[in-house]
Design a protein around this ligand. Structure first.
Ligand SMILES: NC(=O)c1ccc[n+]([C@@H]2O[C@H](COP(=O)([O-])OP(=O)(O)OC[C@H]3O[C@@H](n4cnc5c(N)ncnc54)[C@H](OP(=O)(O)O)[C@@H]3O)[C@@H](O)[C@H]2O)c1
Length: 257
């Protein structure tokens, strides 16, 4: 039995589908009451309060922890504590955590929290596996969607690059780690197939959407976190194992007539 936290999220959805297709007994945690679905048994629970965690974890051999609140990032650390405590009470399952490349090098708040969660898991005494990946395609896509809602020039940070990866490929890797069974501690980072500048990504995005907008890169990201991103600590060019490119992702979202 495999429990996926954040099973309703961008990553959780393809992950639970792959696990169910592989014949696993897949359980998902959500704050909402959800109707049973093909291959997924849902548990209502909240990592903020601890509600429902023991029941969701009962009988789990593996937990894939994908739940997160990036906009209320401080909550992720106490949430991980509650999850670990419940896991200890429920037979110490293998805990798999999805993290981000560069969390130990870039002092950006969300990354600092994710790194603290990594360390908590490493010191938990539970069998664990941690996978760090670069940004999913959906993240820069959402950011570009937001900036193009405002009319006029699109201003992007100077010197910012990204190595976006397909969320389905990340789900495949997590499913492989979950189904293989054994804890593997920190596994190799996983990056998308190519490193692109923010400007290249924005131009491809605009073209895919048929939009004509001027793009400028006036200023670098400020501060120490900005420097970490400029220096590319969030990239994994030595682990460019992803297959699907940014252009392929855009073509699928915006098929040409
Ligand atoms: N996006 C990226 O580029 C990227 C890159 C590398 C790693 N990651 C990591 O991948 C993980 C998943 O990201 P995602 O993009 O799939 O996130 P997402 O779409 O925002 O989904 C977040 C999930 O967390 C659950 N959740 C939030 N607060 C909760 C709480 N208090 N109790 C229980 N569940 C809670 C939500 O479930 P309900 O609403 O159903 O309760 C939701 O399914 C995160 O840890 C993220 O840091 C993301």
């Amino acid at each position: 039995m495999i429990l996926v936290t954040g099973a309703s999220g961008t990553l959780g959805r393809p992950l639970t589908r792959l696990l169910a297709e592989a014949g696993a007994d897949v359980h998902g945690l959500s704050r909402r009451t959800r109707a049973p679905e093909d291959g997924v048994t849902w548990h209502k629970g909240d990592l903020r309060t601890g509600e429902g965690l023991d029941a969701a974890l009962a009988g789990a051999e593996t937990v894939v922890h994908c739940a997160s609140e990036p906009l209320r990032m401080k909550r992720d650390l106490p949430a991980a504590r509650l999850l670990i405590d419940a896991a200890r009470r429920q037979g110490a399952p293998h805990l798999i955590y999805i993290s981000i490349v560069g969390v130990d090098k870039i002092p950006y708040r969300y990354y600092m929290t994710k790194y603290a969660v990594e360390r908590l898991i490493e010191g938990s005494g539970l069998p664990y596996t941690i996978l760090r990946t670069t940004q999913f395609h959906t993240l820069p896509y959402m950011a570009l969607d937001a900036v193009t809602k405002v009319p006029g020039v699109i201003a992007l940070p100077k010197g910012l690059r990204d190595q976006p990866i397909d969320v389905g490929e990340v789900a495949e890797r997590l499913a492989e780690l979950a189904l293989a069974g054994g804890p593997a501690r920190r596994v190799d980072d996983m990056g998308g197939p190519e490193v692109l500048t923010a400007e290249e990504m924005a131009r491809a995005y605009l073209k895919a959407r048929g939009l004509r907008r001027p793009v400028r890169v006036p200023l670098p990201l400020p501060g120490r976190a900005g420097r970490g991103f400029r220096e590319g600590h969030h990239l994994a060019p030595g682990h460019a194992v992803g297959r699907r490119t940014w252009q392929e992702f855009l073509d699928e979202r915006h098929p040409r007539p």
